[in-house]
Write a protein that binds this ligand. Structure first.
Ligand SMILES: Nc1ncnc2c1ncn2[C@@H]1O[C@H](COP(=O)(O)OP(=O)(O)OP(=O)(O)O)[C@@H](O)[C@H]1O
Ligand SMILES: [Mg+2]
Length: 281
C-alpha cells in the first residue's frame, strides 16, 4: 500500500541523546501523503517539523518507526530514497563563492547527469526560479530571497518525485513569498509531490491540498530538563487526539481560515480530523 504513497510514515520517533539527557523531539508521527499533492506540515517552534523532514529525507537516523518515501524505505535504502527526493532545508547551505549556475551544474553532475544534460537542466531551472540574470554572479551577492529560490532550484536538479521544503518562505518579503508560491504551484503542476513545512497559516491555506499539525512540544527524559508543552492552533479536541501516542494530527482548516481572511482554494474541502493520523479522506 505504501508503494503508491509519496510519503508513508508510521510511528516515527526521534530522540536526541546528549550528556544533558534525552530530548524527545518527535513522539510518534503517522503520515500518509498521496502522490501529486501539496501537503502542509504545520506546527509551532520546536514541535519537530525539521526533525521529521530530516528523518524522511535520510539526513537523520530514525529512533523508531518506519518511513517510506516514493515507495522506498528510507532506512534500508537511503541511496535509492535520495535519488527520488529533493530537499531544501530550513537553513540553506550554499557556498557563497560559487555562482548560481555553478551550484546547479555541480549538483547535476553529482546526481550523474551528463555535462550536456546538466547544462540544459541548470538553464531550465534558472528560468523557473527567475535567476537567469544573476546566474553567473557569486552567491554571496544574492539577496535572501534569491538564495532561497536558488536552493529550491538545486533541490530540483534531478527531477525528484517528492520535494521536501522546510519553511521555504520564512524571512522573505511578501513579493518574494508570492514568487516562491508561484514556483511551487508550477513545480507541483509538473507532477512533483510537495511536502511543505510552514508556520504561516495563510501559506498552507493558499498552497496545500491537505495539511497536518504537529502539536507535540519536545519533552526530555533522563537527566534532561523538561520542556514545557507549547500551545498550538489546534483545537482542544485535536489536542486531545495528540495526547494519546502521536504528535501529529490532521486538522480541519478552520483555524487557518480564521487567521487568514483569504478563502482557501483547496484545503477546506479536503481535510478532516483523524486520530493522530493525516490521511486522505
Ligand atoms: N541536534 C539536536 N540535539 C538536541 N535537540 C534537538 C536537536 N535538534 C532539534 N532538537 C530539539 O528537538 C525539538 C524539535 O526541533 P525541530 O527543529 O525539529 O523543531 P521545528 O518544529 O522545526 O521548529 P522551528 O519551527 O523552530 O523550526 C526542539 O525541542 C529542539 O530543541
Ligand atoms: Mg524547523
Amino acid at each position: 500500500m505504501g508503494a503508491t504513497l509519496a510519503v508513508h510514515a508510521e510511528g516515527l520517533v526521534k530522540h536526541y541523546r546528549s550528556r544533558a539527557g534525552v530530548v524527545e523531539a518527535v513522539r510518534g508521527v503517522d503520515l500518509m501523503v498521496e502522490g501529486g499533492e501539496v501537503f502542509g506540515f504545520l506546527g509551532p517552534n520546536g514541535a519537530g517539523k525539521s526533525t521529521t523532514v530530516r528523518m524522511l529525507t535520510t539526513l537523520l537516523s530514525i529512533t523508531s518507526g518506519t518511513a517510506r518515501v516514493a515507495g522506498v524505505e528510507v532506512t534500508h535504502e537511503p541511496d535509492a530514497a535520495r535519488r527520488r527526493i529533493g530537499v531544501a532545508l530550513q537553513e540553506a547551505g550554499l557556498d557563497p563563492r560559487q555562482t548560481g549556475r555553478e551550484l546547479l551544474v555541480l549538483q547535476g553532475r553529482l546526481f550523474g547527469l551528463s555535462t550536456r544534460d546538466t547544462s540544459a537542466r541548470a538553464e531550465e531551472l534558472l528560468e523557473l526560479v527567475e535567476l537567469e540574470e544573476a546566474a553567473d554572479r557569486q552567491i554571496k551577492g544574492y539577496s535572501g530571497g534569491m538564495k532561497r529560490r536558488l536552493d529550491l532550484a538545486s533541490a530540483l536538479v534531478h527531477e525528484p518525485d517528492v520535494l521536501f521544503l522546510d519553511e521555504p518562505t520564512t524571512g522573505l518579503d511578501p513579493a518574494s513569498r508570492l514568487t516562491v508560491w508561484d514556483e511551487l504551484r508550477r513545480i507541483n503542476r509538473r507532477g512533483t509531490t510537495v511536502f511543505l513545512t510552514t508556520q504561516y497559516l495563510e501559506e498552507a491555506d493558499q498552497l496545500c491540498d491537505r495539511l497536518a499539525v504537529i502539536d507535540g512540544a519536545a519533552g526530555s527524559s533522563g537527566k534532561g530538563r523538561p520542556h514545557s508543552s507549547r500551545p498550538s492552533s489546534a483545537s482542544a479536541r485535536e489536542r486531545r487526539a495528540t495526547q494519546r501516542s502521536t504528535t501529529c494530527s490532521s486538522t480541519r482548516p478552520d483555524a487557518a481560515a480564521a487567521a487568514s481572511p483569504a478563502t482557501s482554494r483547496r484545503c477546506r474541502r479536503d481535510i478532516r480530523v483523524g486520530a493522530g493520523t493525516a490521511r486522505a479522506p
